[in-house]
Write a protein that binds this ligand. Structure first.
Ligand SMILES: NC(=O)c1ccc[n+]([C@@H]2O[C@H](COP(=O)([O-])OP(=O)(O)OC[C@H]3O[C@@H](n4cnc5c(N)ncnc54)[C@H](O)[C@@H]3O)[C@@H](O)[C@H]2O)c1
Length: 478
């Protein structure tokens, strides 16, 4: 099938590459000339494991190409994805400027001889599928002085659930596909497009086998309003889970329990599930905060105060300030102190720094007069690009960041930030004061006992000695 994808960012580029991988012909359209030329040259403009090689296979097989020109991409397109950004506007609601620009381009180039399914993959306020149709009609009308005939286009809501850092695997092997539409022909076309993914009939790329081979992907065809809400509800629930873990972490610290013991045991209940229960400095990234704010705004706009969602947001905001509060208490004042920050991406496996908790911490530290030395294995170029004036120094390696530091904040749990690495590094610090915002290291390990350490929700000793416990109990907990 011929596909056009508008927006070659984290979602659009991965969607396009995966659809090309399973045999479709895909045109990627972006307004950023640098991005388009990088893609055309076979280089991924974002860090996403497995993406670049997939991109190169698509280009070499002539199933994928990138362009700045909507008209060229739309010539043969049967399905068109809108995957542009919907960043938060000043008031918190998603800014639909880019979605509108694409919808208008589609209306301008729409031809009655060539029906198109227009798929909204961006995360948008409830009801946007209607607004997109209105924008398309408006642009078509301006050109043709009449509305497009019925059936020339249909807008389908198809929310995206990929996780950055695992986006290629998530897109090849989705947990579910949600299609919001009342148009039978559009749904049929979407099912045909996704057929190789639904029944996993493609040859898996090297190193990317399905976790559950042979499984058929559940497809839910729903009302478009429900479809748009499913995306917000899913992200809101995940945000609530993390904030819940952080709330329990705060209680753990006060009663002497350890959140790393409480959460996994709690999560063994299949009604609860063990994932997304890690306590830390909170969620970040381009989606959770933005989507939670949008859902809160939607609820409030309808006269409903969403207490759980607002509490989840508040708990998350509090967690971000813990590092600066604790370091100030430990060091007296942060003025003139050198603080190393390990990890700048909002999570491991990505170079995305949008709404990264690390950035909030860096800002707190700078405000309090600290000198900040940052290190991240992949996200430093992205942070430099996004915040060129941020007055921090970038280190060439994790250990180099510690030279002469009065404290360290671990803000992203990249696997390389291990206990062993930190044990090597503390001797390079002026003072071994460590705020481990991701519970990434074991403070009891050799080489770290002398450090002043604070994790999240683990104020108590990890294994309090238990006089009465039988020998087997001690073994079982090791
Ligand atoms: N990033 C994620 O993990 C994720 C996951 C699920 C859903 N989403 C949603 O998907 C959407 C896209 O997110 P993203 O992270 O890929 O954004 P992104 O900022 O990485 O990419 C957006 C791209 O759109 C391009 N663009 C802007 N205006 C354009 C136009 N008129 N025509 C063509 N291209 C244009 C930009 O240059 C950019 O490359 C958002 O609504 C987001 O909420 C994101």
């Amino acid at each position: 099938m011929n596909v056009a994808v508008f927006g070659a960012g984290y979602v659009g580029l991965v969607t396009g590459a995966v659809l090309a991988e399973v045999g479709h012909r895909v045109a990627l359209v972006d307004t950023d000339p640098e991005k388009v030329s990088r893609i055309a040259a076979g280089h991924s403009p974002i860090y996403e494991p497995g993406l670049e090689s997939m991109l190169q296979r698509g280009l070499a097989g002539q199933r994928l190409w990138a362009t700045l020109w909507p008209a060229a991409a739309l010539l043969a397109a049967e399905v068109v994805f809108i995957a542009v950004g919907t960043p938060p506007s000043a008031g918190g609601a998603p800014d639909l400027t880019a979605v509108r620009a694409v919808a208008r381009a589609l209306g301008t180039h729409l031809s009655p001889e060539h029906p198109m399914v227009i798929v909204n993959k961006a995360t948008v306020p409830i009801g946007t599928f209607r607004t997109v149709a209105e924008w398309i009609n408006e642009a078509y009308y301006e050109r043709h002085h009449q509305l497009p005939p019925t059936g020339v286009f249909a807008v389908v809501s198809n929310p995206e659930f990929l996780r950055e850092g695992q986006a290629v695997a998530d897109s090849l092997y989705p947990d579910r596909i949600v299609l919001g539409s009342g148009d039978g022909w559009a749904v049929e076309r979407m099912l045909a497009l996704y057929e190789p993914l639904i029944h996993r009939t493609f040859s898996p790329p090297a190193g990317l086998l399905a976790a559950t081979p042979g499984a058929t992907v559940p497809v839910r065809v729903v009302n478009p309003l429900s479809s748009e809400l499913i995306k917000y509800a899913a992200n809101a629930f995940l945000s609530v889970k993390i904030s819940f873990a952080n709330e329990i972490a705060q209680i753990c610290e006060r009663v002497g329990a350890d959140v790393r013991e409480v959460m996994p045991a709690m999560g063994l209940d299949p009604r609860i599930g063990g994932r997304f229960l890690e306590a830390g400095i909170g969620w970040g990234g381009s989606c959770f905060g933005k989507d939670l704010n949008a859902l809160i705004a939607t609820a409030r706009g309808q006269g409903y105060a969403p207490a759980i969602l607002e509490a989840a947001r508040e708990v998350n905001a509090r967690q971000r300030h813990l590092a600066a509060e604790w370091l100030s208490a430990q060091l007296g004042s942060l003025a003139g102190r050198r603080v190393a920050v390990w990890g700048l991406a909002f999570k491991p496996g990505t170079d995305d720094v949008r709404d990264a908790p690390a950035l909030a911490i860096v800002r707190d530290l700078l405000r309090l007069g600290a000198e900040v030395v940052g290190y991240d294995p992949v996200a430093m170029p992205a942070l430099r690009r996004a915040w060129p004036d941020l007055p921090i120094r970038y280190a060439s390696a994790a250990l180099a960041a510690l030279d002469g530091a009065d404290a360290l904040v671990i803000a992203t749990e990249w696997p390389e930030f291990s206990t062993a690495l930190l044990a090597q590094g503390v001797a390079r610090m002026a003072q071994p004061v460590v705020f481990d915002g991701r519970n990434a290291v074991n403070p009891q390990a050799q080489g770290l006992q002398g450090a002043v350490y604070r994790g999240i929700g683990r104020a108590a000793p990890a294994r309090p000695s238990c006089q009465w416990a039988p020998e087997w109990a001690e073994e079982a907990t090791l």
